[in-house]
Design a protein around this ligand. Structure first.
Ligand SMILES: Nc1ncnc2c1ncn2[C@@H]1O[C@H](COP(=O)(O)OP(=O)(O)OP(=O)(O)O)[C@@H](O)[C@H]1O
Ligand SMILES: [Mg+2]
Ligand SMILES: [Zn+2]
Length: 511
């Protein structure tokens, strides 16, 4: 007899529907799976047979063929165990006709252990979205994945602990296994940060620069001696960024779902902050790897901050592979049979010391490095990556009287209010253009929206000539000046805005 069950496979951060078709015919006992299954699915034969028998059901002693359709996409992962087992049982007439109809109206995902327990799988959020797109009634998932699935509204989420429970649900349509969707404000997730800009003493210049960066979504590089607060400031940049929208939260959650990193969170409510160690490999940053591709740090930071502490220590090829995602906001990974893309829209925040010893330019410590050492150190990050960083922020050591001064700084909420206003202006400006922030402007938008007057031109001319700035820096100055004007709710770009933007290009200056 023939039977089928809906399942899904991951393609990047999306899931594509897969139909598991099982046919039980006369002949010697054998079990074939066709339709581009990967190794884990071929091995599923062993798990499925043991799980079915150990759950107290009969294994059909006939010729069993399973096809995964469509045949031209590679199916990966262990989430096919449960749909395979149920398809086999349906083909073996374990279910009545109405029960088979019920089974066919759900997308099924889950890994089986030999004794029939269901184990959690990766990517349940995209699978649940896929079930909804396919207009299925719901999704049957392992119990540990239930929180992830209920984020998707409008479908039934059925959570089971064992194969036996899944069979029980299909036979009895028992509401016991259905999971209630929580009210929106009950969705687990931390909206409060445990730190605040107000904790940073002094550093008015650096805080202002971070406000500009947050307002225009510009990448930043902080330069300063050890202990000046670069790491502290970076973490707090998160607290002045606009709140995640639900759509953004869902996008970021998909990445974590696919990476199997959601743990007990249903949906990610905070912008991610990823801070990979400088020994990370290029695959670790952009994703990929042997076997099933996985998202890398730049995708795990999607809609949030990717922090490269001690930038010059990172491997050269890592800095190279970062260029494409920073430019396009996505990562593409090519495989023999397919190309998967992961979202990778991040704010890059990097930090470095001004020289190898760390104290070049510091008033209280002497720098022990030669000019050549300093040049070699800085040249490690020059070029491709530096080209994608709009602001360079000097973070000098804080003076003792500022550190112990009791005046608290401005709170993150207050700064964020201004950032939100500037972002709203940008949202209106770029409506319908597929970009959202000044940092994303291309040459055409720069020409249209970064108009400067004669005085502004004269100022820029002097800067480019006297400070020896590259022509490339020019576009970056204009974008940042646009953001500074937006923070002031100015339509035009004033000379003061240009002067401030120029001040954020310290590393471009010829010494
Ligand atoms: N402006 C400041 N206000 C309050 N505390 C500060 C400030 N700057 C630094 N500190 C304190 O000094 C500690 C070290 O700062 P942080 O780790 O951010 O320095 P850093 O610039 O990242 O140094 P490194 O180059 O060594 O990584 C902080 O944890 C904080 O306690
Ligand atoms: Mg640090
Ligand atoms: Zn030095």
């Amino acid at each position: 007899m023939y039977a089928c069950v809906c399942a899904g496979t991951l393609l990047g951060c999306d899931a594509a529907p897969v139909l598991v078709e099982a046919d039980l015919g006369p002949g010697l006992q054998r079990f074939d799976i066709v339709g581009l299954p990967d190794g884990a699915i071929r091995e599923a034969r062993v798990r499925i047979k043991a799980a079915i028998e150990n759950s107290g059901f009969d294994w059909p002693m006939k010729r069993l063929s399973v096809n995964l359709a469509p045949a031209d996409i590679r199916k990966d992962g262990t989430s096919f165990d449960l749909p395979l087992a149920l398809a086999v049982m349906a083909a073996a007439r374990e279910f009545r006709e109405d029960e088979r109809d019920r089974l066919e109206s759900y997308l099924v995902a889950g890994e089986l252990s030999l004794d029939g327990e269901l184990r959690p799988v990766r990517g349940v959020l995209p699978l649940a979205l896929c079930a909804r797109e396919q207009k299925l009634r719901g999704i049957i998932v392992p119990r540990e994945n239930a929180d992830e699935a209920v984020v998707v509204r409008g479908i039934d989420v059925v959570a089971c602990g064992t194969l036996g429970e899944a069979v029980d649900f299909i036979r009895n349509d028992d509401d016991f296994f259905r999971v209630e969707a929580p009210a929106d404000d009950e969705l687990p997730g931390e909206r409060d940060y445990h730190f605040d800009m107000a904790e940073v003493r002094g550093q008015a210049h650096a805080k202002r620069a971070l406000e500009v960066a947050a307002a225009g979504a510009h990448n930043v590089l902080m330069v300063g001696p050890p202990g000046s607060g670069k790491t502290m400031l970076s973490k707090r940049l998160l607290t002045i960024l606009p709140e995640l929208t639900f759509e953004e939260a869902l996008e970021t959650t998909r990445v974590y779902s696919v990476a199997g990193l959601l743990r007990d969170r249903a949906i990610i409510r905070q912008r991610p902050f990823r801070s990979p160690h400088h020994t990370i490999s290029d695959v670790g940053v952009v994703g990929g790897g042997s076997g099933v591709p996985r998202p890398g740090e730049v995708s795990l930071a999607h809609n949030g901050i990717l922090f490269f502490d001690e930038l010059p220590e990172f491997r050269r090829n890592v800095l190279e592979v970062m260029r494409q995602p920073l430019e396009d906001g996505v990562v593409s990974i090519s495989r023999s049979l397919m190309t998967v893309t992961y979202p990778a829209s991040v704010m890059l925040v990097a930090s470095m010391n001004p020289c190898p010893c760390g104290y070049h330019g510091d008033p209280t410590h002497a720098c022990t490095d030669s000019i050549r050492d300093i040049e070699r150190y800085r040249s490690r990050i020059s070029g491709p990556l530096l080209d994608r960083i709009d602001l360079h922020i000097d973070v000098p050591a804080v003076r003792y009287d500022e550190l112990r001064g009791c005046e608290p700084g401005e709170s993150s909420v207050d700064i964020r209010t201004r950032v939100d206003r500037a972002r709203a202006i940008q949202g209106e400006r770029f409506a319908g253009r597929g970009i959202y922030s000044n940092a994303q402007m291309g040459p055409r938008e720069i020409q249209e929206f970064c108009v400067i007057d004669a005085a502004g031109h004269r100022l820029l001319q002097r800067v480019v000539d006297k400070l020896g700035m590259s022509a490339r820096a020019y576009a970056r100055i204009l974008k940042v000046a646009r953001t500074i004007a937006d923070l002031a709710a100015d339509d035009g770009i004033s000379s003061a805005a240009i002067a401030e933007a120029v001040a954020y290009r310290s590393l471009d200056r010829k010494k």
